[in-house]
Design a protein around this ligand. Structure first.
Ligand code: GUN
Length: 282
């Protein structure tokens, strides 16, 4: 079997076209969806992600503001800024780019953001709503993955989904969203014994470990759907995923590439959440 490749870049472009029309209609009603991104320090990967978010916001007509602060910023200074943004009626979405410098406690910052402006979907209130299966801001990467599966009419209900990785940003919430769609979900992680025994059972395999080509064809059942969330920079400077694309392509039914796979969808769902916040707050 040679897998169908799901290009998140193409699906993103379609979704952004629709969002642009929606934003135009909101503008006619004097609602101007607006996202404020806070970037602390000079982590090159974070700088690149933030540029991508701003570019995509401009494409759909969402206003975006970037607040850049030095790596020496204190937790109190950041909390004061978040307090101001929470109160500012012109700000609909607040995104504090992670990771944060060591002197700042990430969880304290996440919990300081008004849940109604939490377009990352990281606030415990929004995570709780997601777990309860209620309408809320869904974390962008997991939301993007579910949107990609649905775009190809891939059946989730009743299927065995195996998630490799248990981060708060991707692994844990994507498993929860698959469960909400009635999948049977297994989580694998760095302490899992005999990983292949689990991954070979997967109808849907989500790989979010952050290790270049961690998953090879021998982890994958014939006909499985494989979603690669990894973004790893190779020695030659190019980006590659957690999945060995060339070998897995011959076994999977669907496969996402890196780049142009899940990454563009993450940004697109952030815009979706920002528009949703603007509508709810206006
Ligand atoms: N760092 C890596 N991914 C993300 C994300 O989705 N949101 C935020 N805020 N920081 C990140």
């Amino acid at each position: 079997m040679s897998a169908e490749i799901i290009y998140g870049s193409e699906l993103s472009a379609e979704l952004k076209e629709k969002m642009k029309k929606e934003v135009d209609e909101l503008h006619n009603k004097r609602i101007f969806p607006s996202l404020t991104v806070v970037l602390i320090g000079e982590n090159p990967a974070s700088q690149s992600y933030v540029r991508g978010k701003q570019k995509a916001a401009a494409q759909v007509g969402v206003d975006s503001d970037l607040i850049e602060l030095p790596s020496t910023t204190t937790q109190d200074e950041l909390l004061q800024l978040i307090g101001r943004l929470n109160k500012d009626p012109k700000v609909h979405g607040i995104l504090v780019q992670l990771p944060l410098p060591d002197q700042i406690n990430e969880q304290v910052i996440i919990e300081a953001i008004d849940p109604s402006k939490d377009v990352d979907g990281f606030h415990p209130i929004n995570i709780g709503r997601m777990m309860a299966g209620k309408d809320t801001f869904l974390p962008c990467t997991p939301f993007g993955i579910i949107t990609m599966l649905k775009s190809r009419n891939i059946e989730i209900s009743g299927k065995h989904a195996v998630v490799i990785g248990r981060s708060n940003i991707v692994g844990k919430p994507v498993g929860q969203l698959l469960l909400n769609e009635n999948a049977t979900v297994t989580y694998c992680h760095s302490r899992t014994n005999n990983m292949k025994d689990h991954t070979l059972q997967a109808d849907i395999l989500i790989v979010a470990v952050g290790k270049e080509h961690f998953v090879t064809a021998d982890h994958v059942k014939e006909g499985a759907v494989v979603i690669d969330v990894g973004v790893n920079r190779m020695e030659n400077g190019k980006l590659t995923g957690d999945v060995d694309f060339d070998s897995v392509k011959e076994k999977a039914s669907f496969l996402t590439p890196v780049p142009k796979g899940v990454g563009p969808m993450t940004i697109t769902m952030l815009l979706h959440n920002t528009i949703k916040a603007a509508k709810l707050l206006s």
